[in-house]
Design a binder for this molecule. Sequence first.
Ligand code: DX5
Ligand code: ZN
Length: 232
Amino acid sequence: MDAKFRIAPSILSADFARLGEEVRNLIGAGADWIHFDVMDNHYVPNLTIGPLVCEAIRPHTSAPIDVHLMVEPVDALVPMFAKAGANVITFHPEASRHVDRTLSLIRDQGCQAGLVFNPATPLAWMDHVMDKLDLVLLMSVNPGFGGQSFIASALPKLAEVRAKVDAWKAQTGKTILLEIDGGVKVDNIAAVAKAGADTFVAGSAVFGARDADGGYKTVIGKLRAELAKVGV
Ligand code: DX5
Ligand code: ZN
């Protein structure tokens, strides 16, 4: 597998009664990151997990924990997640009153920082903060729930972000990762990679294989095999 691709299962679809074991199994099956979806029943109409749960899973893996904040406001949670062991923290720019300040706050806490764009959120939010971005997370569903279908307009939008981050790299030498989140499956991951993503969140696609032959290892292997075909 090309090291430039990362697979980040979203534990939103995990068995929460045995989360530590799920995290160990995922990493053992070849996952690179753990994607951690935080929903507040305010920014999105769903309620999930917070810093206490992040702290509880931290001892179960040394893999990066990728915290996706679907919360409004954002800033108060940043130090709490940093303290709980998060490695990456992303937030939706329209949910923060001062986007530049929130990005600095995340980095000052020792985490990698990123902006998240919903399908209809304009990319202009990133233009003046490129120097503070470690990654961009593009949503290919509307946030709030796992198991939704991939929204096709995310593909041309991915290509737009790819062009921006490649131009930034040419100008500064700095890499900004490009992560995609929502409806990523074995049958579309190759097209998503071709459009420019290098980091892939997959919730229902991975956890749907929990009881299938080979379980997580088989499905993660299939996702990687599709990525290997892309050869970019
Ligand atoms: C949606 C979350 C996603 C989601 C991914 O708001 O941010 O991470 O759980 O799940 P699937 O892969 O099932 O779309
Ligand atoms: Zn997510």
